[in-house]
Design a protein. Structure first.
Length: 651
């Protein structure tokens, strides 16, 4: 029996697992239930696809969108894995053939929507040997999730219907409350919780406040100009904004189109297909776009307006840079966004929760703390590091030792048994005898009035920094009470010092913004210093022609990261392809000779000596020996000169 690592190399062309992947795979293969939290692009799908290849039977994957299923199936097939999707987009004849193949054991991974799973439940139980059940986008099952879907609630009986079959839930965006709700809704049996790092260091994070429409357009054009011939998404709150912006971009000869709920399903599908196949460079879309694609080569994501929650924001920027290469993300934000989103929250079925989540999003946009740190802390990944790849880190604020201030606030929360929120905490610190303070007896606490020398507005800013740095967290399911985190307890106990940002009220004038932007220095790391950019373009053209011929998205043929690796290493044999990122046995067999031929032709045209990867070590050793011989000659010459000098001194 093959190991997970052998399967990874054979089918996916990767040499090693990302953190937690192998542990999750082994747990599921042993029959255990699991809740898996990984960021978008973090490798969640491998956590059920590799067990599907290792276990007998068919792995059933519940997925919310037909387009997402299609993308996953195409990707699996391109790696030589038997995968199918049962959905309403197929002709019934096709669905019948798929069912027959599943019964015969010819399919390893079967995708269904939650509605289709309920419809086909009896058939699956009677005719198919189900190896595992994976529920993708599992936050959809929770009322606390940012994209709740009622049809997902029907999945709670899966353990009864398929006793002994491991169930795994996977999501990229779920806070602590949502995670607990997922576990309860699915009735999981002694599940293990796997929380991967949510850090996506290849995504730069930039926030621009108070921009007018003309300034936004100027900035967007600058970003697109930096990524000529590459793909990006611009998210807008309204349909009207998507259409106006796309028209503007087209007037500048940019290949752009729109995607929103006001279009017919046929129109939306057409736009999505054009974008996936690189025939449209930029999509101006409402938040409905993107959930159904796994496109790996999106190089920038722009939010024209403030998103409604950090969960939504993180999932949307996560659609960029899934191949691990540098990707820009930019968020525009102004007062009108808050007014619009508050109206949406008021009209929703969960007004208080949605308003609270909007508040966290607004605080992120206004923060003077490393933005990546805020995002990670929001999802329970406490860190005190600065990322160096966000606008706050590029132009850091002035800091001061705020340990005592933080200890005062934490003490107030602790002495109130963690049963108070932001406002009451500040009232306690400032000795304000409000109804809530007196009724709770908080005016009798030792901390009452401990921070009366700080204004309420400044206390609010300092407590936001505490929240963003991970010293406190908000329990949404406990009337938004504050809880102290393990990191916060270290501060309270005096074992950790805290640096707070000096409060500076932002200059919103055009002059003030330009001064700030002048200091920004975007960090775009060099990925492969040996890469030949002209060869990379030649390989992109080859990939485009192969994709058109196969009627598949280009990134499914080869990812950008794979092309960069090919352009740097220039393999000239099938064996050498084994060292290229993302080329497994099936891809090497299908496309290997074609890519090698183009690389050889390019090398010959440019009169370069091809250095196949397998010969590079030998070549390197040969050079080292030559250098060692030269060094010996130099040492001998040095000794000869020193001897002559010595003899002259004697004379």
């Amino acid at each position: 029996m093959q190991s997970p690592l052998q399967i990874l190399k054979q089918y996916y062309g990767y040499d090693s697992f990302r953190p937690l992947q192998e542990e999750i795979i082994n747990h599921v293969c042993q029959g255990g239930d699991a809740l898996v939290l990984m960021p978008t692009g973090g490798g969640k799908s491998l956590c059920y696809q590799i067990p599907a290849l290792l276990m007998d039977g068919v792995a059933v994957v519940v997925s919310p969108l037909i387009s997402l299923m299609k993308d996953q199936v195409d990707t699996l097939r391109s790696n030589g894995i038997a995968a199918e999707a049962l959905n309403s987009g197929n002709e019934e004849r096709v669905n019948r053939i798929i069912r027959e193949r599943c019964c015969a054991g010819d399919v390893k991974v079967l995708y269904l929507s939650p509605e289709r799973l309920v419809t086909d439940l009896e058939w699956l139980r009677a005719c198919v040997h189900v190896s595992l059940i994976a529920i993708d986008e599992a936050h959809c099952i929770s009322q606390w999730g940012h994209d709740f879907r009622p049809e997902y609630t029907q999945l709670g009986t899966l353990h009864e219907q398929f006793p002994g079959v491991p169930v795994m839930a996977l999501t990229a965006t779920a806070d602590k409350v949502t995670r607990q709700d997922i576990l309860e809704q699915l009735h999981m049996k002694e599940p293990r919780l796997f929380v991967s790092s949510f850090d996506r260091p290849n995504l730069s994070l930039d926030v621009k406040r108070g921009y007018a429409a003309k300034e936004k357009l100027r900035t967007i054009l600058s970003i697109i100009n930096r990524h000529q011939g590459e793909n990006g998404i611009i998210y807008c709150t309204s349909r009207k904004n998507t259409e106006k912006l796309a028209d503007k971009l087209r007037s500048y000869k940019i290949s752009a189109d729109v995607y929103h709920a006001g279009m017919t399903a046929e129109e939306r599908n057409h736009v999505q297909e054009e974008f996936i196949n690189d025939r449209i460079d930029v999509i101006c879309a409402t938040v409905a776009f993107g959930m159904g694609i796994d496109k790996s080569n999106i190089r920038f994501v722009i939010h024209y307006n403030l998103p409604k929650s950090i969960e939504s924001f993180y999932q949307e920027i996560g659609r960029g840079g899934r191949d691990g290469l540098p990707t820009e993300t930019t968020l525009f934000y102004n007062l009108q966004d808050i007014i619009t989103l508050r109206k949406f929250a008021d009209e929703s079925g969960q007004r208080d929760t949605n308003l609270e989540k909007l508040q966290r999003m607004q605080e992120y946009a206004e923060a003077s703390v490393c933005r990546r740190r805020i995002l990670l802390n929001y999802f329970g990944e406490t860190t005190d590091c600065q990322c160096g790849n966000c606008d706050v880190c590029h132009t850091p604020p002035q800091m001061f030792d705020g340990t005592i201030l933080v200890q005062k606030a934490l003490s107030a929360v602790a002495r109130a048994n963690e049963s108070i929120g932001f406002t009451v905490t500040i009232d306690i610190l400032r000795a304000m005898p409000t109804h809530e303070v007196v009724q709770g007896g908080y005016d009798k606490m030792k901390t009452y009035g401990a921070g009366r020398d700080v204004t309420a507005r400044d206390w609010h800013d300092y407590m936001l920094q505490m929240l963003q740095m991970g010293f406190i967290e908000i329990a949404y399911n406990e009337n938004n009470h504050l809880h102290i985190t393990p990191l916060g307890r270290e501060v309270l106990q005096g074992t950790r010092q805290v640096q707070l940002a000096v409060i500076v009220r932002e200059d919103f004038s055009v002059k003030g913004r330009k001064k700030k932007e002048k200091a920004l220095k975007p960090i775009i790391p060099d990925i492969l210093p040996d890469e030949d950019p002209n060869l990379f373009q030649r390989l992109r053209e080859l990939r485009r022609s192969l994709a058109d011929e196969a009627k598949k998205p280009a990134y499914i043929i080869m990812s950008d990261r794979t092309l960069h690796d090919l352009a740097a290493k220039r393999p000239t044999s099938i064996a050498a392809l084994g060292t290229i990122f993302g080329i497994g046995e099936h891809k090497a067999k299908t496309y290997g000779e074609i890519f090698i031929k183009v690389i050889k032709e390019y090398v010959e045209e440019n009169e370069e000596i091809p250095f196949p990867i397998e010969n590079r070590v030998e070549e390197k050793n040969k050079k080292l020996k030559e250098y060692e011989e030269e060094l010996k000659k130099i040492e001998a010459l040095k000794k000869e000169i020193e001897e002559k000098i010595r003899m002259l001194q004697i004379e």
